[in-house]
Design a protein around this ligand. Structure first.
Ligand code: ZL4
Ligand code: CA
Ligand code: ZN
Length: 388
């Protein structure tokens, strides 16, 4: 039996709403809110909910959504109707195509995951939490007046705007396999938010097609946002050792130079090996080490979800990362508890499947040591221009 106790000396809050999990993007769409049900079942079967303050989050208000999104976009999002279910052509505001379909309850879905991230950010602002978690958030592609890549409302931008009311500097870190373009764009011209995304980059061949190493902020003279966007473009097959080394090296240097007073970590689980859309060989352990590293900095931390298209691996990663937040990771039996709901979905019955168990045949690692060293030295140069 796992005996999970509350962490000593700090507080963790968990923000979720079971209504979110009931939404469907449509048949065969890779984004499955049901993965949250699987993750929650695993978190609770280990007993981790007893060690956190758990909140059923509310819907974000119209006013809160308007902190970032335009009124006309929100009007459209609220009234958009499911017209032609199988039409793959995106319409106004990029809504209604195959990536961002209009489905039953769409506006409520958006308001709920945004409400959870806003609630979580407020807990950090009030010092009522040291680590706040919203696994249903992390929808980093949404723009001020446009849906993009399965994202309609940008809960991360809304949460960072809350944090900026109390915090002079916020560091945003994004380990989703895709570039965190929406968050980067929203804070492109300010030096109060540094954005750092690690992602697969292959020119226009991998969504969203932005995030090359030289995309570092506006290059106009005297713009405060200059140098405050950091991009780590990666190739297929990166492994735990390389990924964790890059993460610690780069995040460490960003924290030294920028001195953030709050950190938001987007924990997109599509950077894991075996993801339906991803291309990396990162394992649950390496992904979790990134969370552990952020926690070790002792700076108020907001954890949000993001991508993740092989539900059993999403659930494993976010359950493991919840245990890291609580500090009970060493106490968990890696064997998934017998009473876990949908336990039959977790092939091999372990939190930490091997690469062979996940993939069958491994994916070729196209990231050379030379390329990774080059990335680190370019970013180190870039950070010479950054001061707290
Ligand atoms: C699908 O099978 O690269 C959507 C999307 C729906 C169901 C049936 C429709 C079949 C893969 C993806 C047609 C699908 C055509 N269905 C999708 C340029 C694209 C235009 C749309 O993790 N087609 C667009 C978005 C990316 C593109 C990734 C990641 C979000 C996040 C944060 C967003 N869009 C090419 C693809 C399927 C589908 C199968 C799909 N879409 C894979 N990659 C994309 O960063 C949450
Ligand atoms: Ca990313
Ligand atoms: Zn993604």
């Amino acid at each position: 039996e796992n005996n999970i106790v509350r962490p000593k000396g700090y507080k963790v809050s968990w923000h979720s709403n079971p209504e979110i999990e009931k939404h469907h993007f449509g048949h065969a769409h890779p984004m499955k809110p049901w993965r949250l049900t699987l993750a929650k079942g695993l978190i609770m079967s280990y007993g981790m909910h007893t060690a956190m303050d758990t909140y059923v989050s509310r819907l974000a208000t119209r006013e809160e959504l308007e902190d970032f999104h335009s009124e006309d976009y929100l009007d459209y999002l609220k009234t958009a109707m499911v017209a032609m279910p199988d039409d793959e052509t995106p319409k106004d505001y990029n809504l209604g195509g195959s990536d961002c379909p209009i489905f039953e309850g769409l506006f409520n879905y958006c308001s709920m995951y945004a409400g959870a991230s806003i609630d979580a950010a407020r807990k950090l602002c009030n010092n009522e939490s040291d680590i706040a978690i919203n696994w249903s958030g992390g929808l980093h592609h949404a723009k001020k007046a446009e849906a993009s890549g399965f994202c309609y409302v940008n809960d991360i931008v809304l949460a960072i705007l809350q944090l900026l009311r109390k915090h002079p500097r916020v560091l945003y870190i994004d380990i989703d396999v895709h570039h965190g373009d929406g968050v980067e764009e929203a804070f492109w011209s300010t030096d109060r938010v540094m954005t750092l995304s690690m992602h697969k980059y292959d020119g226009l061949n991998f969504f969203p097609g932005t995030g090359d190493l030289d995309r570092t902020g506006p290059d106009s003279e005297g713009n405060p946002g200059a140098h405050h966007a950091i991009n780590v473009p990666l190739s297929d097959g990166i492994n735990d050792e390389q990924y964790v080394w890059l993460f610690k090296t780069i995040v460490g240097r960003c924290v030294d130079k920028f001195q953030p007073t709050a950190i938001v970590l987007q924990c997109g689980a599509d950077s894991l090996a075996g993801d339906r859309l991803g291309r990396f060989n990162v394992q649950v352990q390496g992904h979790g080490t990134c969370v552990a590293y952020c926690k070790s900095l002792n700076i108020p931390l907001l954890l949000v979800g993001g991508g993740g298209y092989t539900p059993r691996n999403v659930a494993r990663a976010w359950a493991h990362e919840t245990s890291i937040a609580i500090g009970c990771d060493a106490d968990l039996d890696p064997l998934i508890p017998e009473h876990t709901p949908y336990r039959e979905h977790f092939r091999h019955n372990t939190l930490f499947p091997t690469l062979e168990q996940i993939l069958g045949e491994p994916r070729v690692n196209r990231n050379t040591k030379k390329k990774l060293d080059e990335i680190v030295s370019t970013i180190t140069e870039q950070l010479r221009f950054v001061n707290a």
